[in-house]
Ligand binder design. Structure first.
Ligand code: UD1
Ligand code: CA
Length: 475
């Protein structure tokens, strides 16, 4: 029989064990806030509505979800003002359903702190629930270290009798390894009255959602347990150590997916790819590469070792080593590094080269241009095929404002040129070594540096002054 399926996500808890000023739901795993991983899973299922119960940091959580989730998702938020436990949170989560005509629906109830859950697992849970015509269906998993989780208490016929929380479990019950990941599917008509029968007489003084299992059983309802085959999916994140473990699992999943799509990783355990990154086939990632945010890497590019790219778009057949880049665009076949820092607003055109110990910011480096070593290029446009000598810098800041520098096509700067902005070097212009360029240089012109002043016999005279044989004042 067809019944609509909805979901309620419990996300109001404070997450005290995180010891953080940030709400637990917003702690990122592979660059995406925890709650969004759960919602990403839910949006892959055909759900009538998704209700998120918020409380601690409600405004911040709601705003973040709205910003980072597609708008067409049937999402609703309800606030649990006082966090009285998961049972109370589930009751609050059912309030938006009060107006629905059809009470005969199924509701998935799950916590917001289980970011590794897969959509297939939820779909299978809902299918079992419907086939069995159960009042409640719950996922269970076996853990070697079940500490902190509610334990599944089975009756003598192997059915689920109740769930006992770790804090309330006897020594014997604590030995049990089958736990409650807190992933349930309920018939809403049975869940609502069962929730009203909960009481907070337990070790934590809270209304436990887990207690509805026993309530439903006692009132003669069918409870079905579905053993999950991947225990990592059930991992709940309550503290920073669990956050790190869950992120490790997620990272491995992301890396496996990209390797299946044709990406090579020299050492997948030392390759860190955020959930929002896009990689094309034949990308090669060397050890210690961190790709964050909305970074995209084009096919044939080799990144690493030791690179951190944040919101950076890399073209095809690019080579990047030992580089930190943020909000940067790198054209096809460009070569970058080693030891480059590219700050926001850098655009490197195709076939350009940015080399050792170069910093760029808000800079356009033209096609085929070269900035091979020891340079600072900020608020500047470097023309195609221009060559920037070692030690060249744009002096872009006068202490109050930033100014722009323009270097024309095919221009060449000598070593240690200082381009005092605002300033322009025309196409094909040259600067000599050590030139301090304060005025515009016309196309094809040379701006000479200050040549060294040679003083013959200077060292000898210096010695004579020191030993007193010559009077200091003399010259
Ligand atoms: C809960 C389960 C436990 C299970 C474990 C799995 C209960 C009583 N215990 O324990 O059996 O093994 O999850 O990870 O359900 N929340 C609210 N409002 C509240 C309290 C909590 O919205 O008043 C939310 C939290 O934000 C969290 C979820 O409910 O997302 C679970 O709460 P948490 O305190 O993490 O429960 P656990 O101790 O992990
Ligand atoms: Ca938890």
């Amino acid at each position: 029989m067809y019944r609509p399926l909805s979901a309620v996500v419990l996300a109001a808890g404070e997450g005290t064990r995180m010891r953080s000023a940030t709400p637990k739901m917003l702690h990122p795993l592979c660059g995406r806030p925890m709650i969004l991983h759960v919602l990403d899973t839910l949006v892959q299922l055909p759900l009538e509505r998704i209700v998120v119960v918020v409380g601690h940091g409600a405004e911040h959580v709601t705003k973040t979800v709205h910003e980072q989730l597609a708008t067409e998702v049937p999402l609703e938020f309800v606030e649990q003002r006082v966090q009285r436990g998961t049972g109370d949170a589930a009751s609050v989560g059912l309030t938006p359903f009060a107006d629905s005509v059809d009470a005969e629906d199924d509701v998935l109830v799950l916590p917001g702190d289980t970011p590794l859950l897969r959509p297939e697992t939820l779909a299978a849970l809902a299918t079992e629930h419907r086939l069995a015509e159960a009042a409640a269906t719950l996922l269970t998993v076996e853990l070697d270290a079940p500490d902190g989780y509610g334990r599944i208490i089975r009756d003598e016929r192997g059915g689920v009798d109740r769930i006992v929380e770790h804090a309330d479990a006897s020594d014997e019950e604590q030995e049990l390894r089958e736990v409650n990941p807190s992933i349930y599917c309920f018939r809403r008509t049975y869940l609502a009255p069962a929730l009203r029968r909960l009481n907070p007489e337990n070790a934590q003084g809270e209304y436990y959602l887990t207690d509805v299992i026993e309530v439903l059983r006692r009132t003669g309802h069918l409870i079905v347990a579905v053993p999950g085959d991947d225990a990592t999916e059930a991992m709940g994140v309550n503290d920073r150590a669990q956050l790190a473990s869950a992120e490790r699992v997620l990272r491995a999943r992301i890396n496996e997916r990209w390797m299946r799509e044709g990406v090579s990783m020299t050492d997948a355990e030392r390759t860190y790819v955020d959930a929002g990154v896009e990689l094309e086939p034949d990308v090669r990632l060397l050890p210690n590469v961190i790709l964050e945010g909305r970074t995209v890497i084009g096919s044939g590019s080799v990144v690493g070792p030791d690179c951190r790219l944040v919101d950076t778009i890399v073209g095809e057949d690019v080579v990047i080593a030992q580089t930190v880049a943020r909000e940067t665009e790198i054209g096809d076949r460009a070569t970058i590094g080693p030891f480059v820092s590219m700050r926001a607003g850098t655009r490197v055109a195709a076939d350009a080269h940015v080399g050792t110990f170069v910093e760029t910011k808000n800079a356009d480096i033209g096609e085929g241009a070269k900035v091979p070593h020891l340079a600072y290029i900020g608020d500047a446009v470097i023309g195609p095929r221009a060559n920037i000598g070692a030690g060249t810098i744009t002096a872009n800041y006068d202490g109050r404002e930033k100014h722009r520098t323009r270097v024309g096509a095919d221009a060449k700067t000598g070593s240690n040129t200082v381009l005092v902005a605002p300033v322009e070097l025309g196409d094909g212009a040259y600067t000599g070594a050590g030139a301090v360029v304060t005025n515009d240089v016309p196309a094809g012109a040379l701006a000479k540096g200050v040549p060294a002043q040679v003083e013959e016999g200077w060292a000898r005279r210096r010695r004579q002054v020191a030993d007193g044989s010559v009077d200091d004042e003399q010259d």
